[in-house]
Design a protein around this ligand. Structure first.
Ligand code: ATP
Ligand code: LTN
Length: 334
């Protein structure tokens, strides 16, 4: 609890260009929850270097991502929007938690297996202990709730296990966080292979809608989306491509799958795909124009970075001091 409100933590990596999956699965929920909770939204740049990055590109992407959080509707006066690398407590707590995490637990993480297969030439220790850093992010702010897409559930479970293990030894130090998964949009699939998630690191640009795609590109990608030969707009397991498009349409318009089935009853896929494309364009357009305005305002963004970095440091230090004391590090002489 902070100021009588429950605490929310979430973050995104500044790698690649954000997709509609990131927006509908995570960012959109962040905005919806931001009034109810005391929120910390981090640009998790420490996580980004588990995969090799070009330094100047990483810096630019991180700044753009931070501006995008604001453009999506997060008010930086009310929500703490900051860079993970500006709060040293993340790395310090991660080290401590590393000593309370088992190799066997980390070995089971599917994201590690996927990324290790993808980057076989750079399977570094950071990639392996990534979930521990993520646990540190969350526990550092005593978060009650963590809104993420379904792919992150396993990391939330290990976070809870680490926190419970620590609490069992040292008493009630950490709040045990709950994941928050949105009802719709939690797993947006690739437009080219509906069995895979839409991902910003997909090599096929037609598989993902990027948040900065122009309207023509968005419409074209939906037209090319892989569907089936059933020729019916039905929300069924057997039609994963169409089901994914219905999900996207519903999150963008607020309609239900049943209403969507009725709306497109007897109509062809061409007409439906166009409607999905238009619904997405109407969500992306205001986001893009707010972003274009914001990114030009250098001094405003700099001020947000400074003030929110200080605020995050303040809360992080509180937890860190408590943890350091519990594990037996000597008190500092003032
Ligand atoms: P990468 O593909 O490079 O691993 P990513 O697209 O999965 O990256 P992340 O930065 O790992 O992006 O994820 C940011 C947030 O977006 C997380 O909460 C994640 O659960 C969510 N997310 C990512 N992809 C999807 C998707 N296809 N559907 C719903 N949510 C998603
Ligand atoms: N691992 C997440 C990003 C992430 C995160 C977090 C999400 C890092 N730290 C803390 C929620 C809470 C990802 O790859 N999507």
């Amino acid at each position: 609890m902070l100021d009588g409100k429950k605490v929310l933590f979430s973050g995104m990596q500044a790698t690649g260009n954000l997709t509609l999956g990131n927006y509908l699965g995570a960012l959109k929920n962040w905005v919806n929850l931001s009034e109810e909770y005391e929120c910390f939204y981090s640009v998790v740049d420490l996580h980004s270097i588990t995969v090799r990055q070009d330094p100047s590109e990483l810096r630019q992407r991180a700044r753009k991502l931070l501006a995008l959080y604001i453009a999506a509707g997060l008010d930086p006066e009310k929500n703490c929007i900051y860079y993970q690398s500006h709060v040293s407590g993340h790395a310090e707590l991660a080290w401590i938690l590393n000593c309370f995490t088992y190799m066997g637990e980390l070995n089971r993480m599917t994201q590690f297996k996927d990324k290790a297969a993808k980057h076989a030439d750079n399977i570094n220790a950071g990639l392996f202990t990534y979930p521990v850093l993520m646990a540190a992010d969350i526990l550092l702010y005593q978060a009650d709730v963590v809104p993420v897409g379904k792919d992150q559930l396993q990391h939330l479970e290990i976070t809870r296990d680490i926190a419970q293990r620590f609490n069992a030894i040292y008493g009630d130090v950490f709040t045990i966080p709950e994941p928050f998964i949105g009802k719709t949009g939690a797993k947006i699939a690739s437009l080219q292979d509906p069995s895979k998630k839409m991902s910003k690191s997909d090599e096929n640009a037609n598989a993902s809608i990027y948040l900065m795609d122009d309207p023509d590109t968005v419409i074209r990608k939906f037209k090319r989306a892989v569907t089936d030969s059933e020729a019916q707009v039905r929300y069924r397991e057997e039609q994963p491509g169409i089901r994914n498009l219905i999900d996207i349409y519903c999150v963008c318009t607020g309609k239900s799958p049943e209403d969507t089935e009725k709306e497109f009853d007897g109509k062809g896929y061409g007409e439906f795909k166009l409607a999905v494309g238009e619904a997405v364009v109407s969500v992306l357009k205001p986001l893009q124009s707010r972003f274009a305005e914001l990114i030009k305002d250098k001094s405003y963004i700099d001020r947000v970075i400074k003030e929110n970095g200080d605020k995050a440091n303040y809360f992080a230090a509180k937890t860190l001091r408590k943890v350091q004391k519990k594990v037996g590090f000597p008190e500092r002489v003032r």
